[in-house]
Design a protein around this ligand. Structure first.
Ligand SMILES: [Zn+2]
Length: 198
């Protein structure tokens, strides 16, 4: 996701490049588990202040259903439109002063939007931030029709069935015959005590 834009920066405003991207995103963010590459078309347009990056992209991220908490594959789609600025003048290598920057002030302060001294433009940080923004607030299992998540309904019914199962060693259900003989002696003592009290 790095592009050498030295040549593009030497060209007049309006020059552009187009790249078809199929980029592996593994390791981009420790909290994002990517299930597929970043796919899309990237345009790099020479502007008077630097390079305007635009494009439409998609990828897939593993997340959890907001209702049943099962892991699901979430498709993520987003578009980019960011102004990158060069740190140095491409012809001389001289560092540009902030006041020489002709774009928006907020673009000047964003370090993710800097083209470095080697004229490398990296979209990694912008992609990382945008994937987070493009993730749905409440991801859910994909199902058609109304009602609740079918996985959740299935899980709840499984829990209901669990409650009806009697455990072999469940002490609440144990009868005297099932009780461990070592405890039976103690039980007899308690019974004797109870009968004396009454
Ligand atoms: Zn679900």
């Amino acid at each position: 996701m790095q592009f050498n834009v030295a040549q593009l920066l030497k060209e007049p405003t309006g020059a552009f490049r187009r790249h078809e991207l199929i980029e592996n995103l593994t390791g981009l963010d420790p909290d994002l588990r990517f299930l597929g590459p970043l796919v899309g078309t990237l345009q790099l347009l020479r502007t008077n202040s630097g390079v305007l990056v635009t494009g439409n992209f998609s990828t897939a991220v593993q997340t959890n259903c907001n209702r049943c908490t099962e892991p699901i594959a979430q498709e993520v789609r987003f578009s980019l439109a960011e102004n990158f600025r060069p740190l140095t003048e491409v012809t001389t290598g001289r560092y540009l002063r902030p006041e020489e920057f002709e774009g928006e002030e907020e673009d000047l302060e964003d370090t993710a939007l800097v083209i470095d001294e080697r004229h490398i433009l990296s979209i990694e940080e912008v992609v990382r931030q945008t994937v987070w923004l493009a993730m749905p607030m409440y991801p859910g299992c994909n199902w058609t029709g109304g009602g609740d998540c079918p996985n959740l309904i299935k899980r709840l019914s499984e829990l209901d069935q669990l409650e009806d199962i009697s455990f072999v060693n469940d002490p609440r259900r144990a009868t005297e015959e099932e009780i461990d003989p070592r405890w039976a002696a103690l039980l007899k003592l308690r019974k004797d005590a109870e009968s004396q009290e009454s």
